[in-house]
Design a protein around this ligand. Structure first.
Ligand SMILES: Cc1cc2nc3c(=O)[nH]c(=O)nc-3n(C[C@H](O)[C@H](O)[C@H](O)COP(=O)(O)OP(=O)(O)OC[C@H]3O[C@@H](n4cnc5c(N)ncnc54)[C@H](O)[C@@H]3O)c2cc1C
Length: 385
């Protein structure tokens, strides 16, 4: 894209930000125009639109900030296009969204809205739509799979492991995530990482932590029933696609962040010639390390894998009774914040690194590793929101 178009798009979008309630006004107008002109699109969105509006603003801000470096935004747009297949999106919908965006932008920042700005936005939207449709069209599998819950295990008070049998084989790379919709929360899609590699019996596994006040995760952890039918979108994300397959690896996972990492390790457990891999697995208390037995088992078949547990506190809280998940492990957990422990543990400058966890954990770990000399290109993580 040429610099003038980028500057027109950016300045007009930034002009709606400083106004109190400006972003919300823009996002509200956008959805109001879209639903008024194309009422059939309303069915794809949840009843409460707050999160949706927030996501829209984040996505537009991110894309606009990256317009000079298309290589950083192309994968995200391609992924969005593939993800939107679950809604049955057609070219007509892209046109409708584009028209609603232009109309809402013109309403939110009328003082900067000129013919040139209008043209610049239409060019940008057309480019984005073409990248998304091309990616969607190149995806071969069905837009959604149906998975039936066959097992629901509450391994912690706030964490459940859910296994589902899919209607069709889903081809995915270990390390990827999918968007899921559960029957009790229609139209509220959430991303979950696949915790196991593809299997011939079409069984997939998710590890889900209950987020207090959340809409979907409490329902999955507390209310999932055997036989529930979940809708599952296209596999997304590029964890597991290592740039140099033989280079030493560092994997860092906190909480359910262990899911995409264990899927990769399970996939290569039986192979010879695995790269040297350190896996740091973190939790607040020792009792949070719900998957350690499985990880220790992987170290027995893969001698080049080292698993290091890290917890913020060395002891369980007083209200936890019974055995700790660390019993029988290779070593006791190290204590401290996982980002600090990892960064101080060794020199990781010659490793390829994956970090999975909450957005704040991923950011802190990334900064600590970079401060310790690691090149940012060597650190990968999923989108944070
Ligand atoms: C690429 C990706 C992969 C993911 N994989 C998994 C996974 O394997 N297992 C899993 O359990 N979750 C995973 N998540 C998070 C998941 O998608 C949901 O965001 C999470 O379950 C909360 O959904 P909710 O509907 O309960 O909360 P919402 O209703 O969406 O949010 C309610 C409130 O909680 C806040 N919130 C949302 N998530 C968190 C959080 N993690 N910690 C603290 N506050 C939060 C929101 O900002 C909001 O204020 C993943 C997210 C991404 C982006």
């Amino acid at each position: 894209m040429d610099p003038l178009t980028i500057s027109l798009v950016r300045s007009s979008f930034k002009s709606i930000r400083p106004i109190p309630e400006g972003e919300d006004y823009f996002a509200r107008s956008f959805y109001a125009i879209l639903f008024a002109t194309h009422p059939e699109t309303r069915q794809h969105f949840p009843a409460a639109m707050d999160t949706q509006r927030d996501r829209l603003m984040r996505a537009i801000s991110y894309v606009i900030d990256q317009l000079e470096t298309p290589e950083s935004v192309l994968p995200l747009l391609a992924q969005l296009g593939r993800d939107h297949r679950k809604y049955g999106v057609t070219e007509e919908h892209y046109t409708a969204v584009g028209e609603a965006l232009v109309a809402a932008l013109a309403l939110a920042g009328p003082e900067l809205w000129t013919d040139e700005t209008d043209h610049a936005w239409r060019l940008t939207i057309a480019l984005i739509a073409s990248i998304m449709t091309e990616a969607a069209n190149s995806d071969e599998g069905p837009p959604t799979h149906v998975g039936r819950v066959i097992e629901h295990r509450r391994v912690l008070d706030d964490l459940a492991i859910v296994r589902l049998e899919l209607d069709h084989t889903m081809s995915y790379e270990p390390g990827q995530y999918v968007s899921v919709q559960v029957p009790s929360r229609p139209r509220m899609w959430r991303y979950l990482s696949l915790a196991t590699p593809p299997t011939a019996d079409r069984v997939v596994e998710f590890h889900v932590r209950r987020v207090s006040g959340g809409w979907v995760s409490p329902a999955i952890v507390g209310e999932s029933q055997i036989g529930d039918a979940w809708l599952i979108g296209s596999p997304l994300g590029s964890l597991g696609l290592w740039r140099e397959p033989r280079r030493s690896r560092l994997m860092i996972g906190e909480g359910t962040g262990i899911a995409p990492l264990r899927a990769q390790l399970m996939d290569t457990a039986q192979l010879d010639g695995n790269p040297r891999t350190h896996l740091f697995v973190g939790g607040t208390y020792p009792c949070d390390l719900y998957d350690l037995d499985m990880l220790w088992a992987l170290t027995r078949t893969n001698p080049r894998l080292t698993v290091i547990a890290v917890t913020e506190y060395s002891d369980n809280p007083w209200w936890v009774t019974g055995t700790s998940h660390t019993s029988g492990g290779v070593h006791d957990p190290l204590t401290g914040q996982i980002s600090r422990v990892v960064a101080e543990y060794a020199d990781w400058t010659d490793h390829d690194i994956e970090v999975v966890g909450s957005p704040s954990m991923v950011q802190t770990t990334k900064y600590r590793l970079m401060a310790a000399g690691v090149d940012t290109c060597n650190i990968r993580h999923d989108p944070l929101y």
